[in-house]
Design a protein around this ligand. Structure first.
Ligand code: COA
Length: 250
């Protein structure tokens, strides 16, 4: 669903049958895939270009993303990205920005819409600039992020979308998610009652490819695996210090 639902701050619901919540593993701040760099936002550097896409494609994005009208200026976007960094440090929510690896061009975003550490559950959302649609870039970014989620200790990755959003639904389908449910008229979208599709991928599913990723500081070569779209994924935390090189590109 929307990748900007934000942290609601509510305490985790107790559940008698569930084992103790795993200690949160840090989210990788940088994931490199075959064509993309998927990284933690740098609010000051990124707000203007992210806002430029949101502003130019307002109608197209708002068709499916309810938060779009809240972003009226680059300052609004920077304030959101600042919150993202805060949520990240608190292990509450994670939003990655996606850049083309070769050109450093801003492409879009993949982020969490819901994080339930106590349930081992994370829900992902995404959007991409129109110029980059139709190339499999979101599928590639989501594959990298879901893999990171499993390495962080999550058991279930969920993707929810409106039943009318066929481009969005195609992504979990392409990645081998299971359709768990079609929630009838679960929400109102632009004045119409619409169904929600709920897709899931479990860490134990064959399509999950959780690999043997340790939770942080890692370099995983997938060269020998049968993965058609990603030859190699590197997940490594961003250096803590900000240097000039961090401003040159993703
Ligand atoms: C939903 C959205 C993210 C999907 O973007 P997308 O570009 O269609 O998704 P991908 O980047 O994975 O590209 C898939 C397409 O690339 C094609 N493709 C080309 N090369 C590919 C490759 N190497 N791997 C996979 N697919 C590839 C696929 O066949 C598919 O094309 P098709 O739509 O003609 O079948 C995008 O339409 C969007 O931002 N919509 C507005 C916001 C939104 O709805 N967000 C989701 C809310 S739930």
């Amino acid at each position: 669903m929307s990748e900007r639902s934000g942290a609601d701050g509510s305490p985790p619901a107790p559940h008698a049958a569930v084992a103790a919540a795993p200690a949160p593993h840090p989210a990788p701040t940088r994931i490199v895939t075959e064509r993309l760099v998927v990284r933690q936002p740098r609010p000051q550097d990124d707000a203007v270009q992210a806002f430029a896409v949101i502003d130019a494609e307002r109608d197209r994005l708002h068709r499916w993303l309810p938060w779009v009208p809240n972003i009226r200026t680059a300052g609004d976007e920077q304030a959101f990205l600042d919150r993202v960094v805060g949520w990240w440090e608190a292990h509450e929510q994670f939003h990655w920005l996606v850049f083309e690896r070769d050109t450093y061009a801003f492409v879009g975003s993949v982020g969490t819409a819901r994080v339930a550490w106590d349930q081992g559950l994370v829900e992902l959302g995404y959007w991409i600039a129109q110029a980059y649609e139709g190339q499999g870039l979101v599928t590639e970014a989501v594959r990298g992020v879901q893999r990171a989620c499993f390495a962080m200790g999550f058991h279930r990755v969920e993707i929810r979308c409106s039943s009318g959003n066929t481009r969005s639904a195609a992504i979990p389908k392409r990645l081998g998610y299971q359709l768990d449910a079609q929630l009838r008229e679960e929400r109102i979208e632009h004045g119409a009652r619409v169904d929600t599709l709920v897709y899931s991928l479990l860490r134990t599913d064959n399509a999950a490819e959780p690999g043997t990723d340790p939770p942080r500081g890692l370099r995983v070569s997938d060269a020998g695996r049968r993965q058609p779209r990603i030859r190699r994924i590197i997940c490594q935390p961003e250096p803590r210090q900000r240097g000039d090189d961090r401003r040159r590109g993703p």
